[in-house]
Design a protein around this ligand. Structure first.
Ligand SMILES: NC(=O)c1ccc[n+]([C@@H]2O[C@H](COP(=O)([O-])OP(=O)(O)OC[C@H]3O[C@@H](n4cnc5c(N)ncnc54)[C@H](OP(=O)(O)O)[C@@H]3O)[C@@H](O)[C@H]2O)c1
Length: 244
């Protein structure tokens, strides 16, 4: 089996490490890539083809893991050459996934939950062809959600409505606690009910959110835009909080 990659960043490199099988060959191309990416490719054991078009043609599974902004262009340009499965792992909105589906033959909608280099990332899949990728479970925890393209992307967005809104709430309540000189105690009493690792996880969530406030705001805007529901009071408040 041949797995091809369009995009050779953290996701693709980690997948190659995880999918450790003598029956699988990996291919990609350095066509048009930065020297950083080209160096990474040269240093790997991946077979290098002249063009991404060739990669698309040769792959049984073509993985698109490049960037949310390039995902549609990549699908439009190479999707038509891929007769195998086209697995999109970019962090994209459901609308983008639906658009990609119009340009590729056998799309599987993929969502990596947790960072790909975290201890146990989980790969969620949706789309009729997902069954053909369940063998990946031998290497990375892999779950099929449904036969519907879009469900993996929607589920990822639903997860974000919770995590990103919660982060904004944590920023607010921990600031209040700090203003009252009770920040450590605040985390301690929450840990009683929320679990031992609550303090560590919350602080990492807070700093993560504050360090990439602009991107998080954009992601909240994307959620509001996609679900377009008057009941999204909390998400809208979280966005207002981040924009202050
Ligand atoms: N990192 C994670 O844990 C994670 C989790 C879930 C989803 N994702 C999603 O997966 C995608 C990849 O993430 P990453 O962390 O691997 O990104 P990354 O480390 O920034 O790497 C992106 C790679 O894609 C290449 N690329 C960009 N545009 C391309 C194009 N048009 N054709 C071919 N290659 C192209 C880049 O090459 P150049 O250097 O030449 O630009 C680079 O090699 C993103 O959409 C991200 O949202 C990431």
């Amino acid at each position: 089996m041949i797995i091809g990659f369009i995009g050779f960043g953290k996701v693709s490199q980690n997948l190659i490490e995880l999918i450790d099988s003598k029956d699988i060959e990996f291919i990609t191309s350095t066509e048009g890539r930065s020297s950083k990416t080209a160096d990474k490719i040269q240093q790997s054991d991946v077979r290098i083809l002249d063009s991404f078009k060739d990669v698309a043609i040769e792959s049984d599974i073509l993985v698109s893991a490049n960037s949310p902004g390039n995902a549609i262009d990549v699908a439009k340009t190479y999707g038509k050459y891929a007769d195998g499965i086209y697995l999109d792992l970019n962090n994209i909105s459901p609308d983008t996934t639906f658009e990609i589906n119009e340009h590729v033959h056998n799309l599987v909608d993929g969502a990596i939950i947790g960072k790909i280099d975290s201890a146990e990332p989980v790969l969620y899949l949706s789309g009729e062809k997902s069954d053909e990728l369940l063998f990946l479970n031998d290497f990375i925890q892999t779950k099929k959600i449904s036969d519907n393209i879009g469900d993996a992307s929607i589920l990822k967005l639903l997860r974000s409505t919770y995590t990103k809104t919660l982060s904004s709430l944590l920023i607010e309540s921990s600031a209040l606690a700090r203003n009252h000189g009770l920040e450590d105690e605040f985390f301690e009493i929450l840990s009683v009910t929320e679990g031992e690792d609550f303090t560590e996880k919350s602080k990492s969530r807070i700093s993560n959110t504050l360090n990439s406030r602009k991107r998080k705001s954009e992601e909240l805007e994307q959620i509001i835009d996609y679900f377009n529901d008057d009941d999204l009071v909390m998400v809208k408040a979280a966005l207002e909080k981040l924009n202050r």
